[in-house]
Design a protein. Sequence first.
Length: 266
Amino acid sequence: MDLGLSNKVAVVTGGTRGVGKACACLFAKEGAKVAICARNVERLKAVKDEIESLGAEVLALQADVSIPAQLKAFISSVKERFGRIDVLVNNAGEAVRGEGARTDEGWEDHLRQYLHSARWCCQEVSGLMKEQRSGAIINLSSVAAKRPREISPLGAAKAALNNYTLGLAIEMAPYRVRVNAVCPGIFMTPHRILAPGSVGERIARGYGMSSVEEALTRYARENTLIGRLPEPEEVANVVVFLASERAGALTGSYVIVDGGTLRFVL
């Protein structure tokens, strides 16, 4: 299916690993021009080379979007390079794990990384999209926003992001700009689910298992309808579809991509 993204300009924050990288590469395969940012220079160069090997034009810049000055400089460079922004994917964020997440500093870190950085990105891009009278914004949220399991700064930040997404969709509707959120569940990103203090480690501890991989396999078998954890590329498929005019009737929505873990009727 041709998604009609050829020569569109797609911005992906946190574009060097996991869902962010998968989105950037998929936009490139669809013929879009891609702009990515991240904090790690080595990974930026590697992903830039990979995207260029797909035949796409790419701008890759080091930036921490939780720092407003760096975010503004990145978006300004994108505007200067391409002259327009058709798609914004707010994916960046890697906050404190473990017990530190529930300190005051941990809460502030989660809100800055997962809520305010997306809000600041939207503020920087929305004016241009209003002038263009077109555009699509996709915020990466989480099923933690829909089903809290405990006191969670991640869930609180993502729930606020969902609320912000709907409010922004209402504001941008007169300008033909669509705004949606994608809510992944646990998916296969080794740097997150296998790392110390990660959700994978917590699941293994809950099962009383020493192997995180085996614990995740058991978790997926017992909790998902598909019997496995989704891959980043499967989340990216939804993001890129939402960015296209094939999803022209979708705005102010959140799409859950968790393999059928979260089950409820609205």
